[in-house]
Ligand binder design. Sequence first.
Ligand SMILES: [Zn+2]
Length: 278
Amino acid sequence: MEKSGDIIAKVINKKTFKRPQKEDEEIQSLEQNSKSPQSQLSTCPICGGRGIVLQNDTAVPCSCMEQKRIENSFKYARLSKELKTYSFAKFNLEYYQDPTAPEHYINAQKALKAAMDFTENVQNNPYEVGLLFSGPVGSGKTFLAASIANALLAKEFKVLFLIVPDLLDELRASISGRNETNELDLLDVARTIPILILDDLGAHNYTEWSRNRIYSILNYRMNEQLPTIITTNLDFDEIEQHLGERTCSRLLQMCRVFRLTAPQDIRRQIYMRREKIK
Ligand SMILES: [Zn+2]
């Protein structure tokens, strides 16, 4: 690789690989910089932020109020302003094009279709089988998961979007008394919410205790057939290694598995386009 490319690679690596769980937010901010400087509105599309809607001439609370209550029980559950702008329409298959390796594009197409089908089907069947997107950093996993969340929130579904390392932090805080919400409440919401999204189920420092919490959430949801969407950069051997055999086996029962890969980190591709490098 030429010299300027090396420098860029270093900048990108330094800038974006520090906190992998935020990867897609960073993709999005690069993308926004490269397109329009106007950030999108993050207010509720149903009530426009008023919190009430009219039903037969009567004002009733909008579904976003209940959603806010759910999110308030988790400090980090709210979809960030940036994640809220993700949608299937903005999922750009061009990033997966590589004439020498067509599998990237084919896999991405399959994953996108699965995400859209899930979103459609779960509206008729609340027990629709969930999805697991696996793939390396910058391959668009979180983008698809957040697009599902946004599409279903717009249809007034109750959705909880949790970034796994944040969830683990929060559960730890709740038992050490640093957090007002208690652990059982948090677990209860994660177990029973109609749609749970666990983003970045990765190679974190799991303790026996945190492994058991993840297991208990997934086991409950499997038994109640509640759909769960998962993103991970681990393969199944690694999931088993980090989370144990019983969790790994449940994931296979609960989710259809899709692999996302891009010829090059999408964040890097967006950077190159924006800076007009080759
Ligand atoms: Zn609303």
